[in-house]
Design a protein around this ligand. Structure first.
Ligand SMILES: [Zn+2]
Length: 373
């Protein structure tokens, strides 16, 4: 499945029409959630088909695409179902503070050249972009600060990143640098993001909500672009990538913006899927003791605690090796990653899973805890 986003070139009338749809669909969403809740309390459960049928002929009354209405109903049905099954939180109602900003279209259409036909809205043009071949499964119209986009979900296999080198790398995710690799390379936070943060603060102080939204969107785009570049290069150069998984929540709480803004989560998921498609191995390793351990002799002689975060260089008290703090941590990560990879391969060849063996409780007790909620 590939997701493609097209920037639309709407006529003013089409844009006004979409704004009206958003308003209508906000009502539909809220109605759907309340309906599912109240009828659910009364013991009535709708199948998706029956629930969509409640909106039969509603589209002609409100003058919008039936596919958008049924798409919205399906979305609410799924969201509420996930809440009822205890998988997700209760879906929030939409309104001024929690705006609806996307319109699902229940069914994909064929793209012809630089335009696409959307029911009721008509032919919509978009900025030229390469679209991969494949059946379009679903569509979604998304409103962003910079305008309207069309999201296509295409049934096709993404292309693998070409393998250039056959290295192996350990990565320590820091906060002063974005990343430090076991070979001693540091990848820094790009400067333009800091400049954008200054402009964002100015816009927020000036209470210019639209400008702030535009800058925020731009920062997000820059992050994504940077993460795509970094992950592509790492996957093309290494057959094994080990990532030290921090308990980032604690650190973010202590340090605020700088950690959450480094968007490690996105980078990790990119590394994971690019590795999977390219036939590379991606392993996440617990970061515990990765800074404390000396990568030369294995003694726990390194800096510790919040105080130790200031220490950039240190000497091992046991073997005398000189370390740069983050490079040492990345080298430890690579070591653990190599060990994990080796263990996995051995398990795969012997056909026994270590993970199952670790559960020492008797079978009956184990099953009792696995009952569905
Ligand atoms: Zn040492």
């Amino acid at each position: 499945m590939i997701q493609v986003q097209l920037k639309l070139r709407l006529r003013p009338a089409q844009e006004r029409q979409l704004e009206r749809w958003l308003y209508r669909l906000t009502g539909v969403w809220n109605w759907a959630i309340r309906k599912l809740e109240q009828d659910g309390n009364g013991g009535v459960r709708y199948s998706l088909f029956d629930f969509k049928a409640l909106l039969y002929k509603h589209s002609t009354r409100v003058g919008m695409a039936a596919k958008a209405l049924s798409g919205m109903a399906a979305q609410a049905h799924t969201a509420y179902g996930r809440y009822r099954d205890g998988i997700a939180r209760r879906p929030r109602l939409k309104g001024r503070r929690n705006r609806l900003n996307s319109i699902p279209i229940d069914e994909g259409r064929e793209v012809r050249g630089q335009s696409i036909r959307i029911p009721v809205l008509g032919v919509v043009r978009f900025h030229k972009q390469e679209i991969p071949d494949g059946h379009i499964g679903q569509m979604r119209l998304v409103k962003r600060a910079s305008g309207w986009y069309l999201c296509l979900f295409i049934h096709a296999d993404p292309r693998a990143v070409p393998a250039l080198l056959d290295g192996e790398v350990g990565i320590d995710s820091g906060f002063t640098n974005l990343l430090t690799t076991s070979s001693g390379e540091t990848i820094e936070h790009p400067r333009e993001l800091e400049a954008a943060a200054v402009r964002l603060a100015q816009a927020q102080r000036g209470k210019r909500a639209n400008l702030a939204a535009r800058i925020n969107e731009r920062i997000g785009n820059q992050h994504r672009n940077r993460n795509h570049h970094v992950s592509r290069r790492l996957v093309s150069e290494n057959h094994l990538i080990a990532w030290s998984k921090d308990r980032t929540k604690n650190i973010a709480r202590k340090f605020g913006k700088s950690v959450s803004s480094s968007s490690h989560y996105q980078l990790r998921s990119m590394l994971a899927y690019k590795s999977r498609i390219g036939g590379r191995e991606y392993i996440e390793v617990d970061s515990r003791n990765s800074t404390r351990t000396c990568s030369a002799c294995g003694a726990l002689t390194g800096p510790t605690g919040w105080h130790g975060l200031k220490v950039r260089f240190w000497d091992c008290g046991a073997c005398g090796a000189h370390h740069e703090r983050d490079v040492n941590a990345a080298q430890n990560t690579l070591k653990i990653g190599l060990r994990t990879s080796h263990e996995r391969r051995r398990e795969a060849s012997s056909g026994i899973s270590m993970i199952q063996d670790r559960d020492v409780r008797p079978r009956e007790t184990r099953d009792r805890f696995q009952e569905p909620r």
